[in-house]
Design a protein around this ligand. Structure first.
Ligand code: FAD
Length: 484
């Protein structure tokens, strides 16, 4: 008598585009049943339309994942459209009774997944979720009063106590796939930009192998002096892991473990490794916050800031986006973002402060631009950080902290390496003037071949005036703010 083979198990890939340390895939392989790896292209995977730079990344990451799965014997099935409809179709085609997935914690995605699981359950299909993307499941790190943490330092401490490190797993070497399933082609989804293709300066290797290379490069160099190096935008002082982590090409535990192991082997000082762990902790803090306070995607976390009188300044916003504000460190950052899909963290803070405080433009405008242009665009991280700079977030920068773009440039890019790299028109200016070209004598500008207003803009706003204007606007919401 021949026994009937078990029905296949569907692994629904989303933000876990990897083989290793992938709990849903590991579980599927362990059942011994055939595995159907599935990706459903949905423009609103996070509950909001995907940004253009994210699509660029997704395009390459999916190809890498497809190759890795093909190699293991289970081709990746690509479908598009409404997730539940696509899942039901593939369930019908394969007779699968189980769908496994690693959870997404963005509020809309979380709700969608719960509805889908409910709907499938009533049809006898089990849907199981795992945590494959965070050190600890959002919602699991609570204060003694059983409330979410709103301050980072105690959150980090509790996180590191609560989080359970999973054993590292390289993932299945071979999978029993299902033949003959229809699949769409990544090419047909138009994720890579054309007309024009603005991605010529994107120097990234999306995919699991690219993520591993990034870790190896980081461990071999920048991590050794990460604490200070991470603040110097002219050098590679950070891991550049953010897009890999966002798309789940590496688990955060693997990155953390690698840094700690480097310490144990005496290659990296413990202090540097733990600084890195605490930055990964900010990623946790951001995602946990958004998961528990979904309203912060649209409104100020601290509601008194909803009364801010923002300026409506389309021209100013455009100059900021294009890197034409006349403040070199701001413009260099915005141009790095446009050219490479990434911006150094220190400079992200400076450009965000400039938009919010010097131009008094609503942080949501900046968040939206970052969302469209960053390869690491991530709802939790982007929203939390924008609100942090605005002063309206949890554990945010004090509202009166207004970055001076000139002194910030001088402090963190003292030798002008970063500014000259991204603003070649200023390359002929010496360190003394490069962060404030309008203060340079005419002869100096002339010798450098610069006429302000022609070759590079004069500052679009006077920082001292703008600072006062921002403080006045913040003062105006003070009575409400101080009620807390
Ligand atoms: P590393 O210094 O090597 O840090 C390691 C990892 O820790 C990062 O990959 C990232 O996952 C995490 N991390 C580091 N700093 C932060 C932080 N401040 N908040 C949250 N996580 C952090 N990061 C994103 O991943 N997506 C975003 O959309 C995003 N938007 C931002 C918007 C603003 C206004 C600001 C100020 C910061 C934003 N960040 C965002 C955080 C940070 O700038 C990037 O994570 C970091 O620059 C990525 O570079 P890295 O991987 O080399 O970082």
């Amino acid at each position: 008598m021949t026994s009937t083979p078990p029905p296949p198990v569907i692994v629904w890939f989303r933000r876990d585009l990897r083989i290793a340390d992938n709990p849903a895939l590991t579980e599927a392989a362990a059942t011994g049943a055939p595995v159907v790896p599935l990706y459903i292209h949905d423009e609103r995977l996070d509950g909001r339309p995907m940004g253009a730079a994210s699509k660029w990344w997704l395009d390459k990451s999916l190809r890498a994942l497809a190759a890795d799965l093909q190699h293991r014997g289970a081709p990746l099935v690509l479908r598009s459209g409404d997730a539940e409809a696509a899942l039901r179709a593939i369930i019908d085609e394969t007779g699968a009774r189980t769908v496994l997935m690693n959870r997404m914690f963005e509020p809309a995605a979380w709700e969608r997944d719960a509805e889908i699981a409910q709907g499938l359950k009533s049809d006898g299909v089990a849907c199981r979720g795992f945590n494959g993307t965070m050190l600890a499941r959002p919602g699991s790190v609570r204060t003694g009063q059983d409330a979410p943490y709103k301050v980072f330092t105690p959150f980090l401490k509790a996180l590191l106590e609560v989080a359970e490190e999973p054993a590292p797993r390289e993932g299945p070497r071979a999978l029993d796939g299902v033949e003959g399933l229809k699949s769409e082609a990544v090419d047909d989804w138009g994720l890579h930009p054309t007309r024009p293709d603005w991605s010529g300066g994107f120097d990234w290797t999306p995919g699991e192998a690219g993520a591993r290379e990034a870790v190896a490069r980081f461990l071999a160099g920048p991590l050794k002096a990460y604490g200070d190096g991470r603040d110097v935008p002219g050098k590679t002082g950070t891991s550049r892991l953010s897009p890999h982590l966002h798309f789940g090409e590496i688990s955060p535990w693997r990155a953390v473990r690698a840094a700690r192991q480097a310490t144990e082997e005496g290659r990296v000082p413990a202090k540097q490794a733990e600084k890195f762990v605490s930055e990964v902790g900010w990623r946790e803090f951001s995602t946990h916050l958004l998961h528990q306070f979904p309203y912060m995607a649209e409104r100020a976390f601290r509601s008194e800031f909803d009364a801010m009188a923002w300026r409506d300044d389309a021209e100013g916003l455009e100059a900021w986006k294009r890197g034409m504000t006349g403040y070199p460190i701001v413009d260099a950052g915005m141009r790095q973002l446009w050219a490479t899909g990434w911006m150094h963290n220190r400079v992200r803070m400076i450009v965000a402060s400039f938009l919010i405080k010097d131009l008094l433009i609503d942080w949501r405008e900046g968040e939206a631009w970052f969302w469209d242009t960053l390869v690491d665009a991530d709802m939790g991280n982007n929203i939390q950080n924008w609100q942090w700079v605005a002063g309206s977030g949890a554990d945010a920068a004090p509202y009166f902290r207004i970055f001076n773009p000139v002194t910030q440039g001088e402090k963190f890019d003292g030798d002008g390496t970063y500014v000259r790299r991204w603003i070649p028109e200023l390359a002929g200016l010496s360190d003394r003037w490069v962060h404030a070209p309008w203060t340079a004598p005419k002869e100096v500008l002339g010798a450098a071949g610069i006429r302000l207003g022609r070759d590079y803009p004069a500052p679009m706003v006077d920082h001292a005036m703008a600072r006062k204007r921002a403080l006045d606007a913040l003062e105006a919401i003070k009575p409400a703010r101080d009620k807390d």
